[in-house]
Design a binder for this molecule. Structure first.
Ligand code: BES
Ligand code: MN
Ligand code: ZN
Length: 480
C-alpha cells in the first residue's frame, strides 16, 4: 500500500479520479465553497454529528470519483478520528477499492493524522501467508492523503507511514503459525532487514549461547527440537557513536507451558508469544525507512517452550549469565528466563537505556485489559518519555509499581531466586524478577500480554507496541 501526501483544496479533490473519495468532515469547519460543500449542505442533518457517521453516494454528479463517502470526524481528536476512519474503511471494504483519497477538510493534528493512517491500515489489513492461493489480500494500493495545506505535517506523515510499515511487519511475523515462524525463520526475517541501510544482524546459535553462559535461556530451549537463536540487530551502531537504546523482545515462538503445560483451549494463541520480538523487528523496519540519527540495538532470545524428555522440570536450578542461580518452580514462567540472560547481555553495549518488550503475564491482562500495556521502569525520566510516546502514537501504556516488598515471594530455599512468586500481583512480581538483571542501566519493561493481539472473531496480532517504541526512539533524535 502506497501513501502520498498532497495539498489540494476541496474542489481539487472533487476532480481527482479515484475509486472512493473519503471526505472527513469536522464539526467546526464548513467546506470551502464548491461542488463538495454544496453536497455537504444538501446532506444537511442526514449526516449525524456523531464521530463515525457516514453518508454514502455513488457516482455523484460533477465529481470524478466513483464513490463519495462523507465521514463525520466530529472533534477531530484521536478518538473521533479512529472511529471515523475505521467505520469508513470498513464500509468500503466490500467494494475492494484500489485507489482512494482521504481528504481532510480541516488540517488534522499530527496525532490525528497518525491515528487516521494507522487505523486505515488496520481496517484494510488482510493476513494471507498461510491461506490458500485463492485468498485475496488487501485491495487498497494507493492512498492519497489530501488537505488544503500540508506544510506542518510532512514529518508527521513520514513517521505515520513508517509506523504503518513497521506495524505490518510485526503483525505478519506475530500472526504466522509457530511452524511457519520458528526461531530459525525469525532469525532469517531479522537477517532480511540487512537489505536496508545502517542495519546489521548477527545470529548466535546454541554453541555461542552456551559459551556466554546463558543458562536460563538454554534451559527453556532444551525441551524443543527446534534450535534456539539469539538475534542481535544493530541500527546505526558504531564504535564512537552515542550510547544506544537496547530493545529486548521476548521471542518464544510457541509457549505450551512446558512440563507445567497450559490447558488446551486457546493454547493456539501462544504462537503470539513472540510478539515482543516481532515488535523489535517492526521498529527496525520503521527506522530503516526514516533513517533517524540515533543508535539502536535489538536483542531477541528466540526458542520454543515445549514439554519433552529433555525439558526442564519444576524444581530444576539453572545459572544465568550474571551468575545468579534460579529455581524454576513453574516452567510456564519461561519468558523471564529467556529475557534475564538477554538483559545481562545488553550491558556490553553500555546502553543509554534498555527496554524489554514481552507478552509476559496473564496477570497483566487481568490488571490492564487490552487497552494499555503495563510499563515498569527504574528511571523516572525513561518512564515519562515512554508514557509520552504512548500518547503521541496512541499506543498506550500505564505505569506500574516496583516496590521492593513485591520481590518477597521470589525467595528460594535452593537458589538465589525463584522464577515465580504467588498469584497476587503476578504482573509486578514478574517485573521484579527481571529487575534483578537490570541493575546496571536505565531499564523499562513493557508487558504487552493484553495489547499484542486480539482474541475471538478478530483474532490476530495488533503490531503493538511498535508505534510507542518508534515515537520514543525518535524523541531521542536531538538533531531532528
Ligand atoms: N506467555 C505467557 C503469558 C500470557 C498468558 C500472555 C496469557 C498472554 C495471555 C507466559 O509465559 C506465562 O505463561 N506466564 C504465566 C506466569 C505464571 C506461571 C507465573 C501466566 O501468566 O500464567
Ligand atoms: Mn509461559
Ligand atoms: Zn510465555
Amino acid at each position: 500500500m502506497n501513501f502520498e501526501l498532497t495539498a489540494m483544496d476541496a474542489d481539487g479533490a472533487a476532480h481527482q479520479p479515484c475509486d472512493v473519495l473519503l471526505l472527513l468532515l469536522a464539526s467546526d469547519v464548513k467546506p470551502a465553497p464548491g461542488v463538495l460543500s454544496t453536497l455537504v449542505e444538501q446532506a444537511g442533518g442526514d449526516l449525524e454529528s456523531k464521530a463515525g457517521s457516514l453518508l454514502d453516494m455513488y457516482r455523484p454528479n460533477g465529481l470524478s470519483c466513483k464513490r463519495l463517502v462523507l465521514v463525520q470526524s466530529a472533534s477531530g481528536n484521536a478518538h473521533d478520528m479512529r472511529e471515523a476512519v475505521h467505520k469508513a474503511v470498513t464500509l468500503i471494504a466490500t467494494a475492494k477499492p484500489h485507489n482512494i483519497i482521504l481528504y481532510f477538510e480541516k488540517t488534522p493534528s499530527s496525532q490525528a493524522l497518525r491515528v487516521a493512517l494507522t487505523t486505515l491500515a488496520e481496517a484494510s489489513y488482510r493476513y494471507t501467508t498461510t491461506k490458500g492461493e485463492k485468498t485475496e489480500g488487501r485491495s487498497l494500493e494507493n492512498v492519497k492523503v489530501a488537505m488544503p495545506d500540508t506544510t506542518a505535517l510532512n514529518k508527521a506523515f513520514d513517521v505515520a507511514v513508517a509506523a504503518v510499515h513497521g506495524i505490518e511487519f510485526a503483525k505478519e511475523w506475530a500472526n504466522r503459525p509457530a511452524n511457519h515462524a520458528t526461531p530459525t525463520l525469525l532469525a532469517q526475517a531479522a537477517q532480511s532487514l540487512e537489505k536496508f541501510p545502517k542495519i546489521k544482524c548477527r545470529v548466535l546459535d546454541a554453541k555461542a549461547v552456551t559459551k556466554l553462559n546463558m543458562g536460563a535461556f538454554l534451559a527453556v530451549a532444551q525441551g524443543s527440537a527446534q534450535p534456539l537463536q539469539f538475534i542481535v540487530l544493530r541500527y546505526n551502531v558504531h564504535g564512537k557513536g552515542r550510547p544506544p537504546v537496547v530493545l529486548v523482545g521476548k521471542g518464544i515462538t510457541f509457549d505450551s507451558g512446558g512440563i507445567c503445560i497450559k490447558p488446551s483451549p486457546d493454547m493456539d494463541e501462544m504462537k503470539f508469544d513472540m510478539s515482543g520480538a516481532a515488535s523489535v523487528l517492526g521498529v527496525f523496519h520503521a527506522l530503516a525507512m526514516l533513517q533517524p540519527d540515533i543508535s539502536v540495538v535489538g536483542l531477541i532470545p528466540a526458542c520454543e517452550n515445549l514439554p519433552s524428555g529433555h525439558a526442564i522440570k519444576p524444581g530444576d536450578v539453572v545459572t544465568s549469565m550474571n551468575g545468579l542461580t534460579i529455581e524454576i518452580l513453574n516452567t510456564d514462567a519461561e519468558g523471564r528466563l529467556v529475557l534475564c540472560d538477554a538483559l545481562v547481555y545488553a550491558q556490553r553495549f553500555k546502553p543509554h537505556a534498555v527496554i524489554d518488550i514481552a507478552t509476559l503475564t496473564g496477570a497483566c491482562v487481568i490488571a490492564l485489559g487490552k487497552v494499555r500495556s503495563g510499563l515498569f521502569s527504574n528511571n523516572t525520566e525513561l518512564s515519562a518519555a515512554l508514557q509520552a510516546a504512548g500518547e503521541s502514537s496512541q499506543d498506550l501504556c500505564w505505569p506500574m509499581p516496583l516496590d521492593e516488598d513485591y520481590a518477597e515471594g521470589l525467595k528460594s530455599n535452593f537458589a538465589d531466586l525463584a522464577n515465580v512468586a504467588g498469584r497476587p500481583g503476578g504482573v509486578i512480581t514478574a517485573a521484579k524478577f527481571l529487575q534483578r538483571f537490570a541493575d546496571k542501566f536505565s531499564w523499562a519493561h513493557l508487558d504487552i500480554a493484553g495489547t499484542a493481539w486480539k482474541s475471538g472473531d478478530a483474532k490476530g496480532a495488533t503490531g503493538r507496541p511498535v508505534g510507542l517504541l518508534l515515537d520514543y526512539l525518535l524523541s531521542q533524535d536531538t538533531k531532528a
